[in-house]
Design a protein around this ligand. Structure first.
Ligand code: ADP
Length: 250
């Protein structure tokens, strides 16, 4: 079943059109990579999926995005609920300047969970899912700022997991990390897909081919093709995709 279905998305920053008739659907429990040269609209599209950009002044968006069959642009959409369902991890790890525990408990608290035992359990489960529990279980009250970059990014993933999302959007989540930390995040993404649907923007073609089931190739605000990752990387249908993945431009 498609958990996200974007139909005829056109997006403008002022007069400048950044997305042209984008149609993409993502199936449940898959990893979907968005690739393409810088400035081709990958982040813009990603941010549309939980309405991170259409509320900015000057942004106009047309078309429809359904999450679980519901149009997210409907006037009745509750943005807090939407972002609980569709969480986001950014390029730069951005933990809050709080303790490790409070970072993970932040989302559940916003959603009204006060019971300490439930919060403790959520914090532990989320940190375990993010492969961070063993490293931090004895220092949950330490400030997150003292963690390494890779740990901070896994903390940001734990923070998203703590509110039990269905979809996780990731905008180049490893590009600020060293290769070992990146590898850990890649393994994590691979493991998470049994429970979540992941949409990831990446500049790294090897990363896309290692971790994703499906890949969308964007060029100048358009989706040139979207297919099984193995197909995109071995036998793309469009010459422009072939040129890009072969390193002939971008
Ligand atoms: P990518 O993620 O593929 O690098 P982006 O989605 O960031 O591409 O950008 C697509 C286009 O939209 C680019 O031309 C970029 O300059 C423009 N753009 C992105 N964000 C903004 C913004 N907040 N205001 C105006 N233009 C923007």
């Amino acid at each position: 079943m498609a958990i996200i279905e974007a139909t005829n998305i056109n997006l403008f920053y002022g007069q400048k059109q950044a997305l042209f008739d984008v149609n993409l659907a993502f199936q449940e429990h898959t990893v979907n990579a968005l690739i393409g040269p810088s400035g081709c609209g990958k982040s813009t599209f990603l941010r549309s999926l939980n309405r991170m950009n259409d509320l900015m002044p000057n942004v106009t968006i047309t078309g429809e995005i359904k999450v679980d069959g519901q149009n997210i642009f409907s006037p009745t959409t509750d943005l807090v609920q939407l972002r609980k369902k569709v969480g986001m991890v950014f390029q730069q790890p951005n933990p809050f300047p709080f303790s490790i525990y409070d970072n993970v408990a932040f989302g559940p608290r916003i959603h009204g969970i006060r019971d300490k035992q439930i919060l403790d359990e959520l914090v532990e489960t989320s940190l375990k899912q993010a492969d961070l529990w063993e490293a931090v279980k004895d220092r949950l009250q330490d400030n997150a700022a003292g963690m390494s970059g890779g740990q901070q990014q896994r903390l940001c993933i734990a923070r998203v997991l703590a509110v039990k999302p269905e979809v996780i959007l990731m905008d180049e989540p490893t590009s600020a990390l060293d290769p070992v930390s990146s590898g850990k995040i890649e393994n994590l993404i691979y493991d998470l897909k049994s429970d979540y649907t992941i949409v990831i923007v990446t500049h790294n073609m090897q990363q896309a081919s290692r971790i994703s089931d499906n890949t969308a190739f964007f060029l100048s605000g358009k989706v040139i093709e979207f297919d099984k990752t193995a197909h995109i990387f071995s036998n793309p249908s469009d010459k422009r995709t072939d040129d890009y993945i072969s390193g002939r431009f971008g």
